[in-house]
Design a protein around this ligand. Sequence first.
Ligand code: AMP
Length: 284
Amino acid sequence: MDICKTNSEIRGFVNKQKKSGKLVALVPTMGALHKGHLSLVDEARKQAQTVVMSIFLNALQFNSRDDFLRYPRDLEKDLSLAAGAGVDAVFCPAEYEIYGTSSSMSCRISAGSNSKGLCGEKRPGHFDGVVNVVGILFNIVEPDLAVFGEKDFQQVKVIEELVRDLHFNVKIVSSALIRDSDGLALSSRNELLTADERYQALYISKSLFKARDMVEAGERRVDILINQTLENLDKSGGLSVEYVELRDSKTLAPVVGQLTSGVQMLIAAYVGKVRLIDNIFLGI
Ligand code: AMP
């Protein structure tokens, strides 16, 4: 596996791959890799002959300095997991490769309408940080396709909008959310949970599964589904819920009244100081 730390190194690597006729996929990550990230590599491999993973902890998308400072970091472990998953090259740049020196970078883009509400409302500036780093990574790496996880459901929609509206020449592939065996959505932030907090966090996925069961049993009323889910989350005794929402799975439009087709239920909640998100498709 190649390890590229500079823009020119990764550009050289990708150019060589493209010259030999290979399709190049990019899997952007912030490191602290787990099986969720590695599943994106598998998805990338299905559609491309060369898989590049970027590992870059993007300060710009953290709306809380504390969250940024506490975010887990272990590049050596990440490199060995990436190599084990069959990644062809890791791009792990220093911050100045991406943003230049703070005085040199002044041009920024803003996330589109899919960034409104949900995490966009609770984390001001977060999705602007995401579209800037992803746009820059696309321009440096120039992948044919890029894979994003449905764990960050709203993020996928924001990226699709970025690519459509700014005409990036890259295909966006979304990949299924991966859970631990007990149901907890895998997340780099899970490393920060104590055993008690992890137990409480399990109520997030449990509540989503219960909502799915309710819909399977015929429930269609949005208010009942939301209120019951809030009650189920409350049983954890330790979660501080930011939102529970039902959104159209394709357009992210809020769903009101009754379900008439499949929808996405999305939850964000704090367990102690750790903010977790999860979502599930409620099919009819
Ligand atoms: P992050 O390192 O948290 O920025 O995540 C990098 C990529 O991995 C994003 O596209 C995430 O949606 C994806 N990802 C993170 N956790 C999971 C998971 N549990 N299942 C699937 N994809 C995930």
